[in-house]
Design a protein around this ligand. Structure first.
Ligand code: ATP
Length: 309
């Protein structure tokens, strides 16, 4: 999938986490719009794995940026069908971990396996094709394309016909185009955005833009959907709807990895949680185990473990 170069809502030059921009404050997104009954299940891929089996393994990954050790011997697995939370204080290495799993960075040592095979030095588009999709902390939509076109870009990432068949509009290309359109409209309907298919992404309310980004990621037919702070800038009502949306996406057959700062959301929606601090994994377990873990409490409070209670 091509990388969007424009950012619909945030100052891409600062790289700051998305916050609800004042200009997008206009109409609040319609939090009741999601239509969970639309079937958006992923198409089966060649060799899948059964629910509960390892889908992705991060194996002893270390990544250094000059003197900064962003990830330090991190290992964990993501099991098919689960919602896994990746949490940790600012600068803990969460986004870097996402970037390693999606081909943005190569680890200094260690590696990632997906469906049992090493990702190796695959480029981002090849990893998308394998079945890993992501959204970004700061929304990255094609601002001057319609909602439908944005989702079609995701669908196109899976098309097999090339430039020649597109130029001559060969039957296979036309069939792919038609099924791509139908798939994109289904995803928009699922997100409650079908009535806005022809609107430019930049004109959509903030919450709609966030849902549109998820729709575009789902359009690539991922086995694993990685969401980087999807609730950033959301109000409490929108966060509750987002939790429902993430659960519904999982129930439709996707596995979800979630980076999120909002603890209520993370604790409420995930099956398991991995905690990073200063690039190291400091804990892993169920939400209840993580909530009561003194090392995690200390990391978040920024106090000595012995003094954390
Ligand atoms: N491209 C880069 N070059 C140099 N250092 C980097 C780069 N990307 C990340 N880092 C450093 O790696 C460490 C981990 O950063 P990362 O963004 O992964 O953390 P995070 O847990 O996602 O933080 P946040 O919650 O603030 O988004 C930080 O010390 C950060 O400054």
């Amino acid at each position: 999938m091509p990388e969007p170069t424009t950012d619909a809502t945030t100052d891409a030059t600062t790289g700051a986490p998305a916050s609800r921009p004042a200009t997008a404050g206009g109409p609040a997104s319609d939090v009741t719009a999601i239509n969970p009954d639309v079937d958006i299940a992923p198409e089966p891929i060649g060799e899948g794995v059964a629910d509960g089996e390892k889908l992705l393994e991060v194996d002893d990954v270390t990544l250094r940026f000059g003197g900064v050790v962003a990830l330090d011997g991190v290992s964990f697995e993501i099991r098919k069908g689960e919602i896994l939370g990746l949490i940790g204080p600012n600068g803990a290495g969460k986004t870097t971990c996402f970037n390693v799993m999606t081909g943005v960075y190569q680890p200094t040592s260690g590696g990632v396996r997906f469906l049992g095979k090493p990702l190796g030095r695959r480029k981002k588009f090849a990893i998308t094709k394998l079945g890993i999709a992501r959204t970004f902390q700061n929304i990255r939509l094609f601002a001057n394309m319609t909602a439908l076109e944005n989702v079609m870009v995701g669908v196109d990432a899976h098309h097999s016909t090339g430039v020649v068949s597109a130029m001559f509009r060969l039957p296979k290309h036309r069939r792919e185009e038609e099924s791509g359109y139908n798939r994109a409209m289904e995803l928009l309907a699922f997100m409650g955005l079908d009535a806005k298919a022809e609107e430019l992404a930049r004109n959509l309310p903030y919450g709609d833009q966030r849902r549109l980004e998820i729709a575009r990621a789902l359009a690539t037919n991922p086995q694993l959907l990685c969401l980087d702070e999807p609730a950033a800038g959301f109000n409490p009502a929108e966060k509750i709807k987002l939790m429902e949306l993430i659960r519904t996406i999982r129930d439709q057959g996707y596995t979800v990895l979630l980076i999120e700062h909002d603890m209520k959301l993370v604790m409420g929606v995930t099956d398991r949680i991995v905690v990073l601090e200063f690039g190291r994994k400091i804990a892993e377990g169920s939400p209840a185990e993580i909530r009561d873990n003194p090392t995690v409490i200390a990391a978040y409070l920024g106090v000595d473990e012995d003094n954390a209670s």
